[in-house]
Design a protein around this ligand. Structure first.
Ligand code: NAD
Ligand code: TYD
Length: 351
């Protein structure tokens, strides 16, 4: 019988890469993309997948218990890969409750649906929760986050993700729900909404606008190419041990200012501008409130147990990313103008 998987947040940045990978790699599965299409959800990300016979899109808000239950009744899911979330730290500082609603309540609604519909047959079922390394807090100059690092979230975003992680583990321990979790570092690649550092900087450099660097640009992030994250999710979903958590990272730490300088060089080259032109756009601005200094991930458990490792060097991944944005001006235009939000009405609803 066909395996039926719900992928939540499949119209977002990482979710769209996960949906594409699963639809293409597993024709024997039915992939249901459940997404509320918030400002971050964009079905144009999946234009190439839309007509595939093993792919369905369902517009659903995961905080709506009746709608989520109706989806479980309709499809009888065997598995859930849960990515839907409010995902931007700066927005969480402005509106924390939106993060609590989707990330905490929404996750609990999904867990409850799994508990309800799987209670008589947990065999071969799986709930996979996609989370972030930001739950571990902030590092100093040294050290790495491991799966044993105590939680110490410090932004409303990371606090909401930490809370959702705790609920996932609570459902495992209390109801024996078959769960698996991963905590990943910063992703980059195509289809990334231009509110986050790398796509924002590409967009601004392209348009000769200032590139805002918070504080002195000394904060450090570990960057992973989004398609490598999608591959890790595939590996963990199929081979990860129930109840376990796997850290995912790129072994690739960059100070923000160094990353932006590298990106400026790549952009100068790609746009045929004299060396040093784009770097003049770098503008140091007021720091983010409570800005975590450094994230760095030890992903050796995932490597040793399941054999996953990143496939791309950062320089290569960044080139690919810049190439994609320069070749997809229309995608950026639609996202920055809001036009992408009409895509659902014109391409899906009127069928
Ligand atoms: P994103 O903001 O690009 O996409 C989020 C998606 O969730 C959007 O399609 C949006 O429409 C959908 N969504 C939001 N609220 C919803 C709701 N109430 N009901 C249904 N759908 C809803 O996010 P992303 O960067 O792709 O992140 C995906 C997941 O991966 C998140 O759980 C995030 O915490 C996690 N994560 C992200 C990163 C990163 O670097 N972006 C790193 C580690 C983990
Ligand atoms: P971001 O892409 O928002 O991801 P996160 O906050 O989840 O790590 O930010 C990455 C880093 O870049 C973070 O240290 C904040 C910084 N930053 C800037 O300096 N300028 C910006 O305009 C943005 C959006 C982020």
């Amino acid at each position: 019988m066909k395996k039926k998987l719900l992928i939540t947040g499949g119209a977002g940045f990482i979710g769209s890469h996960v949906v594409r990978l699963f639809v293409n790699k597993y024709p024997e599965y039915l992939i249901v993309n459940g997404d509320a299409l918030t400002y971050a959800g964009n079905l144009e990300n999946l234009a190439d997948v839309k007509g595939q016979p093993n792919y369905v899109f369902e517009k659903v808000d995961i905080t709506d218990e009746n709608a989520v239950n109706a989806l479980f009744e309709k499809y009888g899911f065997d598995g859930v890969i849960h990515l839907a979330a409010e995902s931007h730290v700066d927005r969480s500082i402005l509106d924390p409750l939106a993060f609590i609603r989707t990330n905490v309540l929404g996750t609990a609604v999904l867990l409850n649906a799994c508990r309800k519909y799987w209670k008589d047959d947990m065999e071969n079922k799986r709930f996979y929760h996609v989370s972030t390394d930001e739950v571990y807090g902030s590092l100093g100059e040294e050290g790495l986050f491991t799966e044993e690092t105590p939680y110490d979230p410090r932004s409303p975003y990371s606090a909401s993700k930490a809370s959702s992680d705790h609920f996932v583990r609570a459902y495992y321990h209390t109801y024996h729900l078959p769960v698996v979790l991963s905590n990943c570092s910063n992703n980059y690649g195509s289809n990334h909404f231009p509110e986050k550092l790398i796509p924002l900087a590409i967009h601004n450099i392209r348009n000769n606008k200032p590139v805002p660097v918070y504080g002195k640009g000394e904060n450090v992030r570990d960057w992973l190419f989004v398609e490598d994250h999608a591959r890790a999710i595939d590996t963990i979903f199929h081979q990860g041990r129930i109840g376990e958590t796997y850290n995912i990272g790129g072994f690739n730490e960059w100070k923000n200012i160094d990353l932006i300088r590298l990106l400026c060089d790549v952009m100068d080259r790609k746009l045929g501008r004299p060396e040093g032109t784009s770097a003049q756009l770098i503008t140091f601005v007021k720091d983010r409130a409570g800005h975590d200094l450094r994230y760095a991930i030890d992903a050796s458990k995932l490597n040793k147990e399941l054999g996953w490792s990143p496939s791309l060097q950062f320089e290569e991944g960044l080139e690919k990313t810049v190439d994609w944005y320069l070749a997809n001006e229309e995608w950026l235009q639609h996202v920055t103008s809001g036009a992408y939000q009409q895509y659902y009405e014109t391409q899906y609803q009127q069928r």
